[in-house]
Design a protein around this ligand. Structure first.
Ligand code: 13P
Ligand code: 13P
Ligand code: MG
Ligand code: MG
Length: 367
């Protein structure tokens, strides 16, 4: 059985006119370097795309996860792209490249990474989700719906291969702990954690049938914790396997039809709906948002990528988009009030300490 690794590494290395989108010369530079890696045999196949100001490098290879050559290829491609971004004077050029020297894998260096090693099935469909102006926990709600909610995923009820349920690996990104929980048995306990996506983040989902193995993986790098200060949002990526024992592609996409409200809008300090968009709408401009997600569908055969299909490019998502824009207007009208602005402890920026300092002498105890 062929073992294939699907790796997506993403970074924001600079954008034109604020945090809207990268420049084509930067994307071309990244793509050329990755292409060289493919011709030298570091990887088998690749695709490069962007969502808002984040560039995503999708690669397939047979080297397993955390491979230094594969991670090094993406790191170098981003470094080269960042040089072009600096020459062009792009905004926040090199934003997500936090370290100067590469030391084996990109974890902790700024870029986000999602990867899985799989035994290819005869047909191996999967979906890559790329999001901008949000955080890894934005995938908590849709992943729960895809793999544990029978009102979303009909297969959980009617397909005997899905009926056993799935296992969720959840990270506590504050205390650096992880736990694996099993659904449907532990569904309520799981929800008690993942309903707080700023702290508890679904990292992986596994099929209970070990032959099928991993079902989904999300990038969980929190840039603001890595750097010790705010250096940009950790705009996430996810890979989800589909069909023949996993949820159907339609069940996977159905989880994005609410649209649910996530953190990461304007200055990483506001909430907005996660809008499912085709690549042509992956240019993020209104109030640096609203948060956006793109879904690209592929098959992989002996490491070769077939696709993508731009899955949200369907009129059936038009009403979701319209609803999202209506929600955006309602949230935006709250301006500096919660729930549009994030609760204090999650703010990327706040002037509150300075305001309180200035008021120090005027603040009195309440009798
Ligand atoms: P499989 O589970 O056989 O892949 O097909 C399910 C499906 O596509 C139904 O819509
Ligand atoms: P990015 O994380 O997409 O760079 O956006 C940063 C921001 O603060 C936009 O207002
Ligand atoms: Mg940016
Ligand atoms: Mg971004």
């Amino acid at each position: 059985m062929v073992k294939t690794t699907i790796t997506v590494i993403k970074a924001d290395i600079g954008s034109v006119a604020g945090h809207v989108m990268p420049h084509e010369d930067v994307i071309k530079t990244v793509e050329e370097h990755v292409s060289k890696g493919a011709s030298e045999g570091v990887i088998i196949d690749y695709r490069v795309f962007h969502v808002g100001d984040d560039i995503f490098i999708l690669m397939t290879h047979d080297k397993g996860t955390d491979n230094p050559d594969v991670h090094g290829l993406a790191w170098e491609a981003f470094k080269k792209g960042a040089e072009v971004a600096k020459e062009l004077g792009l905004y926040a050029a090199g934003q997500d490249l936090l370290k100067d020297a590469f030391s084996g894998n990109v974890r902790g260096m700024g870029p986000g990474v999602a990867e899985m090693e799989i035994e290819e099935r005869p047909a191996e469909p999967f979906v890559v989700f790329g999001a901008d102006k949000t955080e890894p926990g934005a995938f908590n709600l849709p992943l729960f719906k895809i793999f544990a909610d029978p009102f979303n995923t009909a297969g959980l009820v009617i397909d005997p291969r899905l009926h056993v349920g799935f296992k969720f690996e959840v990270y506590d990104i504050i205390e650096n702990k992880r736990v694996i929980m099993s659904t449907p048995e532990e569904m309520y306990d799981l929800l008690a954690l993942i309903g707080h996506p700023g702290r508890y983040v679904i990292k992986r989902v596994y099929h209970k049938n070990e032959k099928l193995g991993i079902a989904a993986v999300v990038s969980t790098e929190k840039l603001n914790f890595i750097a010790g200060k705010y250096v940009g949002k950790d705009d996430p990526v996810a890979i989800v396997r589909a069909q023949s024992g996993f949820p159907a592609v339609g069940e996977i996409l159905e989880a994005f039809t609410i649209p649910h409200i996530v953190s990461g809008f304007m200055r990483g300090s506001h909430r907005g709906p996660l809008v499912p968009v085709p690549l042509r709408y992956a240019k993020v401009s209104r109030f640096d948002g609203p948060p956006r997600v793109v879904a690209l569908g592929f098959n992989v055969k002996n490491g070769r990528l077939i696709g993508p299909v731009d899955l949200f490019d369907d009129v059936a998502f038009d009403e979701v988009r319209r609803r999202a824009l209506m929600i955006t207007d309602i949230l935006r009208a709250h301006g500096p009030f919660e729930p549009e602005v994030l609760p204090l402890e999650e703010m990327e920026y706040t002037t509150l300490p300075k305001v309180l300092e200035a008021l120090k002498d005027r603040r009195e105890n309440i009798e």
